[in-house]
Design a protein around this ligand. Structure first.
Ligand code: AMP
Ligand code: ZN
Length: 132
């Protein structure tokens, strides 16, 4: 993809702070970090998001997620991370090259992922499942 910033990063054509790479995937620091070592892991090939990435490529990316988390655990003692992917504009995806965020978390870091829950929707579960 000609104008994709993450394609350019994977090819070394745009600046990035590399954490790790192998034949299929590339890990680098997020340029707008929400915590120390906030990292993105991408496939080197362009896929928009979870809907078009192949299962084979996804497994390769997730395997690098595990490597990066192990590296941070072993070298830095990091023991708390959030692993996030947004797929689709309405799911708050901003860069349309598949990526997984690894966000180390610490007590008092002033970050907070807070979902609004709807217990009352339990009564719709049977109907929801009947549709798939
Ligand atoms: P998302 O909202 O999940 O699509 O996240 C996109 C992420 O990419 C954001 O956290 C951005 O800070 C990050 N980002 C955008 N451009 C770059 C870049 N050139 N280098 C590193 N991270 C970037
Ligand atoms: Zn791309």
């Amino acid at each position: 993809m000609k104008d994709c910033i993450f394609c350019k990063i994977a090819k070394g054509e745009a600046k990035s702070w590399k954490v790790y790479e192998d034949e299929h995937a590339y890990a680098f620091l997020d340029i707008n970090p929400v915590s120390k070592y906030h990292t993105l892991i991408i496939p080197k090939k362009h896929y928009e998001n979870i809907f078009d990435i192949t299962e084979e490529e996804l497994l390769k990316v997730i395997s690098v997620v595990k490597k990066v988390v192990s590296l941070y655990n072993n070298k830095l003692g990091i023991k708390n991370v959030q692993i996030v992917n947004s797929s689709g504009a309405e799911a708050q995806q901003d860069v349309f090259h598949f990526h997984v965020h690894v966000v180390p978390r610490t007590l008092g870091d002033n970050q907070n992922i807070k979902w609004t829950t709807h217990k009352e929707w339990r009564e719709t579960f049977d109907d929801l499942l009947a549709k798939i």
